[in-house]
Design a protein around this ligand. Structure first.
Ligand SMILES: [Zn+2]
Length: 252
């Protein structure tokens, strides 16, 4: 089994803010920090960003509808239950042993509710987005690191919100927002499946870019993948040391 390992570097021009959120009595949107001089982008923020880009590329109505509509016949599901042990284990834990037996689906125990669940499970299991990023039923094939940025400058911007609905005229509310002023962020990623979708996701991030964190509508958090500063390695044997090469080769 082959896996791909990435050291990705992104360029920023407008800084970013990954929350933190807002503390009670404080009208400043804070950046997530570790200790006094380090800020963090958690893996979950990265994963959300990568997933949205992959969804844009994959552009499947069925996926956006949560795989709730596409019908699958019992025979097709049975075939997968017999050939794929992992799918079988997930199906047993989600649908139950009385329905998913050694010989496949016990149709006598299959009510319309469990059939709907089973079809949804089948469709998600076969969807590249869920295969790569995971679903409620199973883990995906991607692992992402947190990013820690040291010695970063944090600026505070002041915004005014106007409540247009207020009858007393435009009443302004002041609030602040922390922005991490940095030009470069690094993240490490390991990918075990859906290599084509992943490659296209990185191409999109290189050519167009996307947003990470909060305040997207104010243009904050715009990132672009820097292929010259990024590297990858393909590992076929887990005990070998990865040989990193420029990402440019991977994306060409
Ligand atoms: Zn899907």
């Amino acid at each position: 089994m082959s896996i791909q390992v990435f050291r990705l570097n992104f360029r920023l021009r407008t800084g970013f803010r990954v929350g933190g959120g807002q503390e009670v009595g404080d009208n400043v949107l804070r950046q997530l920090r570790i200790g006094a001089d380090e800020v963090m982008i958690p893996a979950s923020s990265w994963k959300g960003m990568f997933r949205r880009v992959s969804e844009i590329i994959f552009n499947s109505e069925e996926h956006f509808e949560g795989h709730s509509k596409k019908e699958v016949d019992v025979k097709t599901i049975n075939t997968l239950l017999k050939s794929d042990e992992k799918f079988r284990r997930i199906a047993i834990s989600e649908i139950g042993k009385d329905v998913i037996t050694q010989n496949g689906i016990n149709v006598d125990k299959l009510d319309s509710g469990s059939l709907t669940d089973l079809m949804k499970l089948y469709n998600e299991y076969n969807c590249p987005i869920e295969r790569l990023y995971g679903s409620n039923y199973f883990a995906g094939g991607i692992t992402i690191s947190d990013s820690v940025i040291r010695d970063s400058r944090i600026m505070e911007r002041i915004h005014v919100t106007i409540e247009r609905k207020s009858k007393k005229g435009s009443e302004g509310h002041l609030f602040g927002e922390e922005i991490v002023d940095t030009e470069k962020i690094e993240v490490r990623v390991i990918v075990r499946n859906e290599f084509e979708l992943w490659k296209n996701t990185l191409k999109f991030l290189k050519e167009i870019g996307y947003f990470i964190g909060g305040s997207k509508s104010r243009g904050i958090g715009y990132i672009v993948l820097d292929e010259k500063e990024s590297e990858y390695a393909v590992i076929n044997n887990v005990i070998e040391t990865p040989k990193f090469t420029e990402l440019r080769e991977y994306l060409s």
